[in-house]
Structures are given as structure tokens and as C-alpha cells.
Ligand binder design. Structure first.
Ligand code: NAP
Length: 348
């Protein structure tokens, strides 16, 4: 029986809808409150949002009235899929009012005492929360998950740290659902590739990765020394961000050792058997034509990152292709996994 009430900020957007779909059958969390902009406030959810997902909109949520995005009557735990142009102010107001905000937005990811979490990779970073209240002046807390392309890259890189990870060159092919709804005009994206994604996408991949892979220091994270260079592109794919990656390693592991490191990689969510944890977070496929968004983005409910095409790189050590679901592992599913870990660690 779901017993922990939760709210969703930005409930009407692409990520907000994914929260609603993923929480519909959740064993612990129950959606009790929805918040969005003045455009949606006061309307029943079904009238405020254009439901874009293949799963049916749950009846109880369809009838709920959307609230203004202000603290007051929302539950203590609030997921956020707010547009980043407004997330900074709104999430801070909720944290100041004592809420636990589990956010997808970029606004607080790089703050020293805000954990930027992939629970399989850096569960210990939650310890930053001890220092956060004093540093930020909040009664509540903010925890974040990475940018939707960063999470694919950082999960694939995490097991490579043992081989002396030094450099990473990445080019992404990102799905249109990553741009929200209605997103990129069809005239621009159909039969096309757009070689630029706004909002500092490349900088986010370059800076967030080092924090995620870093070590817990004194009230901050000591970044991993990996140097990352990113090019991001938008492609006519509905769901699933693909990344073509080259890595420079200090050691020369065999391809078998690298593939084993990926396939055997597990973390706290698997140990704790968290409800959203995939049994095997990284899956390597031997077929030369995989991973593909249409075939692989939904593996294990969209929470697994699929890797393929490992081969030597003439410029660095190895190159490969990685893929993950951008609105699930890259957004709502990632935030729900963060909240599950926090619940099991007594932090909610
Ligand atoms: P979206 O579809 O454009 O949805 C944005 C949401 O923010 C809507 O619910 C909207 O409410 C709300 N909003 C906008 N202005 C507001 C205001 N002034 N006050 C209160 N609420 C307001 O965007 P999205 O794709 O879901 O992305 C949401 C966030 O998640 C962004 O920060 C994005 O960068 C991040 N993210 C997205 C993805 C992805 O794959 N899509 C992945 C990772 C992270 P109304 O409907 O009422 O306007």
C-alpha cells in the first residue's frame, strides 16, 4: 500500500507526466498534490495537460485540481519537473518552507551542498544534506538528478574509474522528448539533425560528470579529474538519448575486462532492492547494431543504460555507444530512485 503522500511541481509537463505514470503503481509514494503555472492553476489535471504518454492517465490524477506552484498545502516530499526558468525561485521557496524537493532541473545541481545523485554511482553524496540547511538557509532540502544526457554518460563511465579514467569525448544524439512539449517544431526536426541544443547542454555534461563521479569531501564534492568534451545534437527520435563516447584510460584493460566491469556493476539501489532499481543497471550488448533507441530505451522500465560497440580508439583508449531513456532514467525515474534511497536512509 502506497503510504507516503507526494506532490509534483511542473506536473503538466513532459517530465511531470512521466512522474504521474511511474508513480501510478508505486508501492510507497502516492500522488496527492499537483502544481504548475497560472495557465493550469484551478483546472482539473485532464483539462490543464495534453497527456502525451502511452499509459492511460490514472483516473484519480485526471480529476485533481492543479495548484499554484507555491508552498502551503503540498506534502513534505515534492518532485520537481519545473521549467528551469522558474525552478530556481520556486524550488528554493519550497525548501525554505521545509519541503524535501527532489528535482530534475539544472538550477541547484552544481551548488556545493546539493547532492547530484545517481544512486548506483554516488549514494554516499547524500551526506551533503547535513551541511545544506546551514549553507543555503533552508528548513527543507533539495536533491537533484543529472541532465538527461549526463546520466547516460556518467553511468557508463562510473565502472571505468578503476582503470584510471582521464579523458572523455562525447557526441550525443538526443530525442525530441528531451525538449518538453511541444518542443522542437516538426519542420525543423523531421528528416533532420540539429547540431546544437540550447540551455548550456554541453557545459552541463562537461561539469556535472566530474561532480557525479567525484568523492565526498568536507561539505562538498571533490570533483573527479576526468576532462570531458561534449557535442550535443537533437535527432528525430521520440525517446532515448544515444551517446558516442571515446575514453582515455591510464591503464590498458582488455575489452573483456571493460565489458565485465559494465555488466557486473551494481550499487546501493540493487543492494537495498529499491522498487525502481533495475536488476542490472548497465547492460552490454554484443550485436554490432545495438543499442538502438526503439529497441533498447525501455529496457527494465527505462532505468537501464545499454552499451555496445566497444572497440579500440586510435586517438584515446576505447570507444563505445551508450543509450538511456531521457524522461525515465534521465528525469522522473531518476528522481523517484533518489527519493526511494532517501526513504530507506530515513531522510524523508
Ligand atoms: P515542459 O514539458 O515544458 O514542462 C514544464 C513544466 O513547468 C510545466 O508543468 C509548466 O506548467 C511548468 N511551468 C512553466 N512555467 C511555470 C511557472 N511560471 N510557474 C509554475 N510552473 C511553471 O518541460 P519538461 O521537458 O517536462 O522539463 C521540465 C524540467 O526537467 C526542465 O527543467 C528540464 O530541463 C528538465 N529535464 C527534462 C528532461 C526531458 O527529457 N524532457 C530530462 C531531464 C531534465 P504549465 O503546463 O502550467 O505551463
Amino acid at each position: 500500500m502506497a503510504s507516503i503522500p507526494v506532490g509534483i511541481l511542473g506536473a503538466t509537463g513532459m517530465v511531470g507526466q512521466q512522474f504521474i505514470a511511474l508513480l501510478a503503481q508505486h508501492p510507497w509514494f502516492k500522488v496527492e498534490w499537483l502544481g504548475a503555472s497560472q495557465r493550469s492553476e484551478g483546472k482539473a489535471f485532464r483539462d490543464a495537460a495534453a497527456w502525451r504518454l502511452p499509459n492511460a492517465l490514472p483516473d484519480d490524477v485526471a480529476k485533481k485540481i492543479v495548484n499554484s506552484a507555491t508552498p502551503g498545502n503540498a506534502p513534505k516530499l515534492v518532485f520537481s519537473g519545473l521549467d528551469s526558468s522558474v525552478a530556481g525561485e520556486i524550488e528554493a521557496a519550497f525548501a525554505a518552507a521545509g519541503h524535501i524537493v527532489v528535482s530534475n532541473s539544472r538550477n541547484y545541481r552544481m551548488h556545493d551542498t546539493v547532492p547530484l545523485m545517481i544512486p548506483e554511482v554516488n549514494a554516499e553524496h547524500l551526506a551533503l544534506l547535513d551541511a545544506q540547511g546551514k549553507a543555503e538557509g533552508w528548513r527543507g532540502r533539495i536533491v537533484t538528478n543529472p541532465n538527461c544526457a549526463t546520466v547516460v554518460l556518467a553511468m557508463a563511465l562510473a565502472p571505468l574509474r578503476q582503470f584510471g579514467l582521464e579523458t572523455t569525448l562525447v557526441t550525443t544524439l538526443q530525442a525530441i522528448s528531451g525538449a518538453g512539449y511541444p518542443g522542437v517544431p516538426s519542420w525543423d526536426i523531421l528528416g533532420n539533425i540539429i547540431p546544437h541544443i540550447g540551455g548550456g547542454e554541453e557545459e552541463k555534461i562537461e561539469t556535472e560528470t566530474a561532480k557525479i563521479l567525484g568523492a565526498l569531501g568536507q561539505n562538498r564534492i571533490d570533483n573527479h579529474p576526468v576532462r570531458v568534451s561534449a557535442t550535443t545534437t537533437r535527432v528525430p527520435v521520440q525517446n532515448g538519448h544515444t551517446a558516442s563516447v571515446s575514453v582515455g584510460l591510464a591503464q590498458q584493460p582488455t575489452p573483456e575486462a571493460v565489458i565485465n566491469a559494465w555488466n557486473l556493476f551494481r550499487g546501493r539501489p540493487q543492494e537495498l532492492e529499491l522498487p525502481s532499481a533495475p536488476p542490472q543497471p548497465l547492460v552490454y550488448l554484443n550485436e554490432v547494431n545495438r543499442p538502438q533507441p526503439l529497441l533498447d530505451a525501455n529496457r527494465d522500465g527505462g532505468m537501464t543504460v545499454t552499451i555496445g560497440r566497444l572497440r579500440p580508439c586510435p586517438l584515446s583508449t576505447y570507444k563505445f555507444v551508450a543509450l538511456g531513456h531521457n524522461t525515465i532514467r534521465g528525469a522522473a525515474g531518476a528522481a523517484i530512485l533518489n527519493a526511494e534511497l532517501m526513504h530507506r536512509q530515513g531522510l524523508l
